[in-house]
Design a protein. Structure first.
Lengths: 137, 137
């Protein structure tokens, strides 16, 4: 935060990592506007994303840095890095050339709640690749 | 989770709240695809969102349910509620009739990292309303 301006009005990028040292990060297709996935970044993954131009996250389950697509080849080329008013969330606008969800869909958001239901989901997308062929066991 | 299908393939909505009882929630303009804000939901706010059709969150700072726009009038009418592969994130597609960020912008994501910079932000949007007139002190 600059001394003279609140974080919301500042042109200084001062990301506010949470108590675990993480920031929520949203990946959005730069061309279509579709939300592709939601993940987390630590300081190192944010620095790598800025330095390399490829979406890089922190895997909380594997407890390690995770360049999206390092295994599947389905990388994210960063077009723009945005932050929100209180600088505690990151939005990556990215271009991608293949499905981004490990289940086989283009986006992780492939299900929507049925209208007038509280617990039934509609599948609103088709799989765009076969994860069994993409991910080596 | 259904007994016979993993959560990624299930048509049952079984949101996976984190250890604080919260889910990350992204609000996206249903018409333009613009990301408007990022916030959190607890079980009650998700239920209210489903029941009322208006984006309702949980304010971690105020420790209370928060219907977006309850003070400013800048509500979010829910068009669709999506969840991601592991059902631990919510995406609301919403229609809005006024700026959604408390700072005065349409979206909270009004700044982007300057190309080739690690710490300088560009303001990429204009304010769409005057928060001083909207929020009563």
């Amino acid at each position: 935060m600059t001394a003279d301006k609140p974080i919301e009005e500042s042109a200084e990028f001062t990301p506010q990592f949470n108590e675990q040292g993480l920031l929520p990060a949203i990946a959005q297709d730069a061309h279509t506007g579709q939300i592709l996935m939601f993940a987390w970044m630590n300081r190192q993954s944010l620095d790598e994303t800025i330095k390399t131009g490829f979406g890089t996250y922190y895997s909380r389950s594997r407890k390690k840095l995770w360049k999206k697509g390092e295994q599947s080849g389905h990388t994210q080329k960063v077009v723009q890095i945005l932050t929100d008013c209180d600088q505690d969330t990151i939005l990556l606008k990215v271009t991608v050339d293949a499905g981004q969800c490990h289940v086989g869909y283009h986006s992780c958001f492939y299900r929507a709640l049925k209208p007038d239901s509280q617990n039934e989901l509609d599948f609103i997308a088709q799989k765009s690749y076969d994860p069994a062929k993409t991910y080596k066991k």
